[in-house]
Design a protein around this ligand. Structure first.
Ligand code: NAD
Length: 484
């Protein structure tokens, strides 16, 4: 076995170890073996990274670069991601334990497409000319300028690290911000490789900086830092709340993409055969470690028993194992600690009286695996129906009418996304309008696309990633009035 590789910060275009030389170990989820040693960043490292970003934003080459040139650099970065796609698939499979097939189908194409989409925006950040009745009897000419918000801290989770880093980095750079990226300590390697690729693409050193380390030190220092103008965070609702409190004191701009507890609703007329595959995808993609995981399966009572047994059979047959084996359908969870957390949710559901119909099959001999687990006879008040588990665990709950289904779906503080299965198109539109979530998928699971805004209502967050809405989060609009 080769020695674990060492990863350092990227500050002003150069690799730097932590100011006190400290490192932490990152383990490979599918084997439990050491994978990398990573710089454990400090508040001083954050100071250095913010200073590098500020130098580029406040008066560097970057601030003077026209939008068309920024767009060319983003397109070059997309080309490099495409060139290195298999290298990224390999890194992600090792650091996340996810099957390579998922990264080839989802993470890499979506990351590359996001870069190209925002590359196209970089030279289209147009202001407005706004007619008014003039000022104190004099006519005025009023127009607006759209300016980058400044230095943006991009705080990334571990569940889709490359893709979510691209969701933040691409609009930030298109807008002209300079950035400091804080990857998750649980999946820092692909984001590290992405940051380094920006230098090869030709971004001036200091435009993209990266500080490794743990959230309460590096993340918290960034959020408090007076040199940071904007925080774009994807992660748990608990940490999102801390960031919102901190930002309230400094008036930093924030985008918060937080947790979810998505309902997948099967109406009485749902196309059952297609729906089972779709429900499985919504529930188990990325081992259920997605904010959009459809972990509350609400089924019309007429189909309840059939759906429970179809899901149980499909879950029991899933093959867990080596992410590089083409036969593997589900990988490991991100860490031993997280697998323990998911198991404690399963134990609590059993204590609450839910009926486990899949999940007791044998596990691979090593690694942080949890069997795909389905619970039936779940009351909507149980923790398994309310808490974000972020693992391969689904709760199947019956309903008797469409009104009940909508009420159950909305009965949660999370409000990110929902799926709805029906053959009746007009009913689908009516129910979609009543679901209090940021995204509704009809007859499928959350199709992510750079052109579609992504974000939640309620405790699922504030603001949007993706689409032109994401750009707005990295821009200020300034009014200029000429009194004539
Ligand atoms: P997390 O909140 O533990 O960590 C997210 C990031 O924040 C990490 O980089 C972490 O180091 C950092 N962090 C931790 N404490 C911090 C602090 N005090 N100050 C600043 N930064 C801090 O979340 P996670 O476990 O990495 O990710 C899973 C969560 O992310 C789930 O709740 C999931 O639903 C959510 N998520 C949401 C979306 C979305 O688009 N809404 C997408 C993916 C994941």
């Amino acid at each position: 076995m080769s020695a674990p590789q060492t990863y350092q910060h990227l500050i002003a275009g150069t690799s730097r170890e932590a100011s006190d030389g400290a490192v932490f170990d990152k383990f490979e989820p599918s084997t439990g073996q050491p994978l990398a040693q990573v710089a454990a960043g400090t508040a001083r490292d954050v100071d250095a990274a913010v200073a590098a970003a500020r130098a580029q934003f406040d008066g560097g080459e970057w601030r003077r670069m026209p939008g068309a040139a920024r767009g060319r650099l983003l397109n070059r970065l997309a080309d490099l991601l495409e060139r290195d796609a298999e290298r990224f698939v390999d890194i992600l499979a090792r650091e996340q334990g996810r099957p390579v097939m998922e990264m080839r189908l989802l993470d890499l194409p979506l990351s590359i497409d996001t870069m190209r989409y925002f590359a196209g925006w970089a030279d289209k950040l147009e202001g407005r000319q706004i007619p008014t009745g003039g000022f104190m009897g004099k006519p005025t000419l009023n127009y607006t300028l759209r300016e980058p918000v400044g230095v943006a801290a991009l705080i990334v989770p571990w569940n889709a690290p490359l893709m979510i880093a691209c969701w933040k980095l691409a609009p930030a750079l298109a807008a002209g911000c300079a950035v400091v990226i804080k990857p998750s300590e649980d999946a820092p390697l692909a984001v590290d490789a992405l940051a380094r690729l920006t230098l090869e693409a030709g971004f001036p050193p200091g435009v993209v900086n990266l500080v490794h380390g743990v959230g309460p030190v590096v993340g918290a220092s960034l959020v408090k830092h007076p040199g940071v103008d904007k925080v774009s965070f994807t992660g748990s609702t608990a940490v999102g709340r801390l960031i919102a409190q901190e930002a309230a004191a400094s008036f930093k701009r924030v985008t918060l993409e937080l947790g979810g507890k998505a309902p997948q609703i099967l109406l009485e007329d749902a196309p059952l055969e297609d729906a089972i595959g779709g429900l499985m995808m919504g529930l188990f993609v990325d081992q259920g470690q997605t904010c959009a995981a459809g972990s509350r399966i609400l089924v019309h009572r007429r189909h309840y028993d059939d759906v429970v047994s179809a899901l149980a059979g499909a879950a029991r047959s899933l093959k867990l194992g080596d992410p590089f084996d083409p036969a593997t359908q589900m990988g490991a969870l991100i860490s031993e600690r997280h697998a323990g957390r998911v198991k404690s949710h399963i134990d609590a559901a059993l204590r609450d009286g839910a009926r486990m119909v899949a999940g007791t099959e044998p596990l691979p001999a090593q690694g942080y695996f949890v069997r795909p687990t389905i619970f039936a006879d779940v009351a909507p008040t149980m923790g398994i129906a309310r808490d974000e588990i972020f693992g391969p665990v689904g709760a199947v709950i019956p309903f008797d009418s469409e009104e009940d289904a909508v009420a159950l779906a909305n009965d949660t503080n999370y409000a990110l996304s929902a799926s709805l299965w029906t053959k009746n198109v007009s009913k689908a539109h009516q129910i979609a309008a009543h679901l209090r979530v940021g995204a509704v998928a009809i007859n499928g699971w959350s199709p992510l696309d750079a052109r579609l805004p992504w974000g939640g209502f309620k405790d699922s967050g504030v603001g949007r990633d993706l689409s032109s809405k994401a750009l707005d989060g990295y821009l200020e609009e300034k009014v200029v009035t000429v009194i004539m």
